[in-house]
Design a protein around this ligand. Sequence first.
Ligand code: TXA
Ligand code: MG
Length: 324
Amino acid sequence: MLDTSLIGKASDILRNGGIVVFPTETVYGIGASAYNDKAIRRIFSIKSRPHNNPLIVHVSTLEQVNLITTNIPKPVKNLMATFWPGPLTIILPRSSRISHLVTGNLTTVAVRMPDHPIASMLIRSLGEPIAAPSANRSGRPSPTNIEHVRRELGEDVDMVLDGGMCRIGLESTVIDMSTDIPCILRSGAITKNMIQSTIGQITLHNPSHEIIESKSPGMQYRHYAPNFRIIPVPPNTWVQTMHKWRNSNKHIGILCHQTAVKDESVSFYRHIPGTHEEYAKGLFAAFLDAETEHIDILLVETVPEQGVGIAIMDRIRRAQTYDK
Ligand code: TXA
Ligand code: MG
């Protein structure tokens, strides 16, 4: 695990315009000082990220939120008090302190206070917010352990802080609080019900809704796709599914959850039993591990779309769009 003296070194790098990969409770982030445009440009370039896809600004204090936004209405204060630090990103009107580069020219900014000792220490040590997208190249699954970070980004960053495996494994819930009716733009571990019990009625982003699409530019892109095809498998259909694929000429992988599928013939096998939260935690890591086995197809067990299951199914669907 981490030697805390490394935090000082990492914040010096950020202060001098460098790029540091750091762990959060959700996934690893590739970070730069939110106030350094040159470093922000480098993040876009390393990720090959389209410039209209804005970054999340990570804070460690509410004063930092006050600096980068214009005003914080009561319901937003309630959200922050309830879920921060934690995996909830809040979209608010931006102040002029934050550059157009970070916000992709939008009038809003995405803010989040991560719940991870290394992330919080790093922001505190820098004394400035850190803009950080997930530490993957654009369109790829987000890394949740250090091996996957290194494989994805290699030598392109100035420093990598090792925090072991991320506790949640899926990116934060993104909620737009800049509109009259709050709307979840990306599902995560903090669910619609959890948010509604704090601030009342909200809506859930519908991917076919054009206005929302243009509001959260990141949602337009193919996401989380590994280098093989993904086929979702409802738990009660494993027998037929294995019958269909076992004797095909494809290299098959299995990622199962409630069902301990038994099959000796596959090239990659991962069983993540337990709760849906445990499945969520291991999902991207399984995708990235499966890549090294050179499979053609990964059969992935589905979960009911409730609670964190909504976020799990969202990521499985997005990963499916890869066309080999
Ligand atoms: O868990 C997480 O959120 C991780 C860790 C590192 O904090 N970060 C992360 O960042 O997932 P990224 O850049 O991979 O995803 C940010 C998402 C994108 O879909 C982006 O379009 C959206 O948030 N976003 C950022 N700023 C926005 C804004 N002002 N309005 C609407 N959507 C925004
Ligand atoms: Mg991302």
